[in-house]
Design a protein around this ligand. Structure first.
Ligand SMILES: Nc1nc2c(ncn2[C@@H]2O[C@H](COP(=O)(O)OP(=O)(O)O)[C@@H](O)[C@H]2O)c(=O)[nH]1
Ligand SMILES: [Mg+2]
Length: 431
């Protein structure tokens, strides 16, 4: 296995297209992000090239002249790789490789390679390999070479090494095998999640590098892997956090989102992202100091929608306020996003405000009831304690009036308990 640190840094050109649909300033921002992705993969970008066209050229993505120009530049400067910001078709790759004599890669391929090099657990490795193969299948041509070869990740065993010899049928067989494996893993995971069902579960989501892991660390005091890199986290970390004197939650941190995340990747990361889908409240962390934070919000919202988690109670957490020097701008932002909570995860600014917001969001999910019990039912109170918060007990002659509050998701459990104790639902006095 080749070690990352000793491997020679490869030089690359990144390429973006300005069309009627994507404007120049956007392309510039996309390319900056692509450069950060390349950096994460250990690749140094030495040129940024854009072309303006009405639309993408189906055969070669760019116009022929531009392709020749890039080919010459790559040869002169001994560039090893050209990375395109949009996904390329197999035909485009084939045609581009005829003129540009180095590796051709696109954004999805790069993201998949990064995921492959970062996957550590059995689950993440299986998920990434599946996504890589599904991405590779329609692009399986002799020339298609892949970054992953040089990494010690899944790529070495999977698509990277074998892609040239293995035919499509073998890839398909491997895909079904991986799908089976993932099914088994997801059943295991479901069992584990069930055990956490009695807890209030809060999930951190956000664009990559927004500060999710930093916030988990800040709130839980736990040692969490943090890096100023894209996709530092691929698995789910869960920690206990006290958000008030009496209330503890489970806070989870998982893989971040990015624009144009390969769809196969989202699909295969479903079991990792299930923690988000099943959570009671979502904390959407935003790096508000980023010049394009609004677009990041949009991408995250879209991804949540794809996952079927867009209707969940969500707290918008605007992070990195310590980076905003312009006070007037911060004031304007607070006015515009009055429901968001403004924090600095790193400096620990306004974490108490965030906790209050989480409690508020949970309030909506709470139900309050009153039960009048006779001495023979008193033991029911200790059972209630298991999932409800007892707010008040009023003793009156031979009865006790118990006011309690609980998460709506435990309604079924309450009904069962009442049923077992021979108490009818009508004895509940709703507040
Ligand atoms: N200035 C500043 N930097 C932060 C803050 N929160 C996180 N960061 C930095 O942002 C980078 C990404 O943080 P991380 O928690 O790994 O982001 P994640 O990808 O969302 O998990 C790291 O370099 C953090 O130190 C903050 O409140 N202020
Ligand atoms: Mg992280």
């Amino acid at each position: 296995m080749e070690l990352h640190s000793t491997s020679k840094i490869e030089k690359a050109i990144v390429v973006g297209l300005v069309t009627n649909k994507v404007r120049r300033h956007q392309v510039r921002e996309y390319l900056d992000e692509l450069i950060r992705l390349a950096d994460t993969a250990g690749v140094e970008v030495v040129h940024k090239i854009t072309q303006e066209r009405d639309s993408i050229e189906p055969a070669t993505y760019l116009g022929t002249g531009k392709v020749i120009e890039i080919g010459q530049l790559a040869e002169q400067e001994k560039i090893e790789m050209v990375i395109f910001d949009d996904d390329l078709s197999a035909v485009q790759v084939r045609n581009l490789e005829k003129v540009i004599k180095c590796k051709i890669l696109d954004r999805s391929g790069l993201i998949l390679d990064i995921f492959a090099s970062r996957a550590k657990t059995k689950e993440a490795m299986t998920q990434v390999e599946l996504a890589q193969l599904q991405y590779l299948l329609p692009r399986l041509t002799r020339q298609w070479t892949h970054l992953s070869k040089q990494y010690g990740g899944v790529g070495t065993k999977g698509p990277g090494e074998t892609q040239l010899e293995v035919d499509r049928r073998d890839v398909r067989t491997r895909i079904s095998l991986l799908k089976e494996k993932l099914k088994e893993i997801s059943v295991e995971r479901m069992e584990q999640r069930k055990k956490r069902n009695d807890w209030t579960r809060v999930a951190l989501v956000g664009y990559t590098n927004a500060g999710k892991s930093t916030l988990l660390k800040q709130m839980s005091g736990a040692d969490v892997f943090i890096e100023d890199r894209l996709f530092a986290t691929l698995d789910t970390t869960i920690r206990q956090v006290a958000i008030s004197q009496t209330k503890k939650i489970l806070l989870s941190d998982t893989v971040g989102f990015i624009r144009k995340l390969p769809p196969h990747l989202i699909a295969s990361f479903r079991s990792t992202l299930a923690e988000v889908v099943e959570s009671d409240v979502i904390l959407h962390v935003v790096d508000v100091s980023h010049s394009h934070f609004e677009e990041h919000i949009h991408v995250v919202k879209e991804t949540l929608q794809e996952l079927g988690a867009s209707e969940k109670p969500t707290v918008m957490v605007f992070n990195k306020i310590d980076c905003i020097e312009d006070r007037a701008m911060l004031t304007a932002l607070k006015k515009e996003y009055e429901n968001a909570v403004f924090i600095s995860a790193e400096r620990g600014i306004n974490i108490s405000g965030l906790k209050e917001k989480i409690l508020e969001a949970l309030e909506h999910e709470l139900r309050e009831e009153v039960l009048v019990l006779t001495p023979s039912d008193y033991r029911l109170i200790s059972k209630l304690h298991e999932f409800a918060e007892i707010i008040k007990k009023d003793y009156d002659d031979n009865t006790v009036k118990v006011r309690f509050r609980f998460d709506k998701k435990f309604s079924g459990r309450l009904m069962k308990l009442l049923h077992k104790s021979g108490i009818t639902e009508e004895s509940l006095q709703q507040c």
